[in-house]
Ligand binder design. Structure first.
Ligand code: SAH
Ligand code: SF4
Length: 443
């Protein structure tokens, strides 16, 4: 979501003369778009700010955006007084005015301290210009915030209450993205499947999006098991554009810990959803988030998580040590788990997940898979894309012209090698021959 937000910030700043640059030294304004979900992410902001500080001497303006800005606005100005501007995730449509205010303050007093961490009554989305550009695979935020208040999580405090964008606004933005070259759209939300901007919820929105010509792949993330309704499960079997991959976090396999987390679902509820998804779309690849060492997690609770992972067999997953977040109920629970126990559990869990990921990837060797190529790789003439199952796929092309030609396209790839985090393959021989034949005509 921060990637999406950063792109929108660039769009908002374009009319007042700003363009994005990859080189920090060229920048007149640096915006750090930050994440507060775990302590490590939040702490990184301060080390990054320290690194940027010398740039102030060249007159560069420094802004902090995102959830750390929201949660620690004043603390940021205390710890890094050279920051000019702090803007929360719901206020960045006001960036042009905030930057102008900070510039004026700097001129008059040599120092600015502009802070906007409101939850404005207006929706920032209503003030956003049309999407300016897009790669082959684009993000589109359709829902923000959360009302679920899991005991460990800061999201309801930093992003605010649950909000869905109206279906018309989403369809308009999807059209803009496809018009700008997107072939794939990933719908985003902290609780994306709680989307209620359409009468038929997320299922209804996906059905409508599937009618957009040129939009060949649809994904959505992140979902909550409680909002995984039967209609949405059915859409996985019904809409070919909806990719056979779902990130559905469970956090823990122990009912006792799920209750302490205030997740309002048990391990069995989750397993039933997985079964139903696999009936609807037998090849669906599954992913999850896991937290180890949540307060109160016993060895038996942890083993229940390991047992659940073995049952589901994930294609990939994200896993984290529980991180205490200020102001959340779990941070005040007495039975906090020692760091070394958390580390041990995380290592065991990641080992199991890695094995499952390799097994999943190895199953694809020898088969032909449609890959959407998104970017050039590190090697000469190499291109990288994603399989329907979200695997990164690397392919070497005969020359640079071929590599450019395939970027943004979906091509069948024969998979020749599987690794922990990616696949290698060749463009199907026939396809290469076809395209080569077509070449003189095009030239
Ligand atoms: N809405 C999604 C999750 C959004 S937060 C859901 O309910 O599943 C993304 C992930 O960060 C969570 O799934 C969780 O695994 C992790 N996370 C959130 N708070 C955390 C904390 N305090 N410590 C460790 N991991 C955390
Ligand atoms: Fe956080 Fe997700 Fe729980 Fe909401 S549902 S509180 S975003 S973990």
């Amino acid at each position: 979501m921060n990637v999406y937000d950063s792109a929108r910030m660039a769009d908002v700043m374009a009319p007042v003369g700003y363009v994005a640059t990859d080189v920090a030294d060229d920048a007149d304004l640096v915006i750090l778009n930050t994440c507060h979900i775990r302590e490590k992410a939040a702490e990184k902001v301060y080390s990054e700010l320290g690194r940027l500080r010398p740039k102030k001497e060249d007159g560069t303006m420094i802004a902090v955006a995102g959830c750390v800005a929201q949660a620690e606005g004043d603390e940021i100005l205390r710890r890094a007084p050279y920051v000019d501007l702090v803007v929360g995730p719901q206020s960045y449509h006001r960036l042009p005015k905030l930057v102008a205010d900070a510039t004026a303050e700097n001129k008059s007093s040599g120092r600015s301290r502009v802070v906007d961490t409101d939850f404005p009554a207006e929706s920032k989305f209503d003030f956003m210009p049309a999407v300016q550009s897009s790669g082959p695979s684009a993000f589109l935020t359709i829902q923000e915030g959360c009302d679920k208040f899991c005991a460990f999580c800061v999201v309801p405090y930093t992003r605010g209450g649950e909000f869905s964008r109206p279906v018309e606004a989403v369809l308009t933005e999807a059209d803009q993205l496809v018009g700008n070259g997107a072939t794939e759209i990933t719908l985003l939300g902290q609780n994306v499947n709680a989307y209620h901007g359409d009468d038929q919820g997320l299922a209804g929105l996906i059905r409508k999006l599937a009618n957009i010509e040129g939009l060949e792949r649809i994904r959505y993330t992140t979902s909550h098991p409680r909002d995984m309704n039967l209609d949405l499960i059915a859409v996985h079997g019904e809409i070919p554009e909806l990719m056979p991959y779902l990130h559905l976090p469970i956090q823990s396999g122990s009912d006792a810990i799920l209750a302490r987390m205030n997740r309002k679902h048990g391990a069995d509820d989750y397993l039933k959803i997985i079964d139903a998804l696999r009936v609807a779309r037998p090849d669906i690849a599954l992913s999850s988030d896991f937290i180890v060492g949540h307060p109160g997690e016993s060895d038996a609770d942890f083993e229940a998580t390991m047992a659940l992972i073995k049952k589901v067999e994930y294609a990939q997953a994200y896993s984290f040590k529980y991180s205490k977040r200020p102001g959340t109920p779990a941070s005040d629970m007495d039975d906090q788990i020692p760091e070394d126990v958390k580390s041990e559990r995380l290592a065991a869990l990641q080992n199991l997940l890695n094995q499952q990921q390799i097994t999943f990837n190895e199953q694809t060797v020898g088969s032909s898979i449609p890959v959407l190529f998104e970017r050039r790789g590190k090697l000469p003439n190499q291109i990288v894309g994603r399989s329907p199952y979200m695997q990164a796929v690397h392919v070497s092309c005969v020359d640079a012209a071929a590599a450019d030609r395939y970027l943004g396209k979906i091509m069948p790839v024969r998979i020749t090698g599987a690794f922990a985090n990616s696949l290698a393959g060749n463009l199907d021989d026939e396809v290469v021959a076809e395209t080569t034949k077509m070449e003189p005509a095009r030239a």
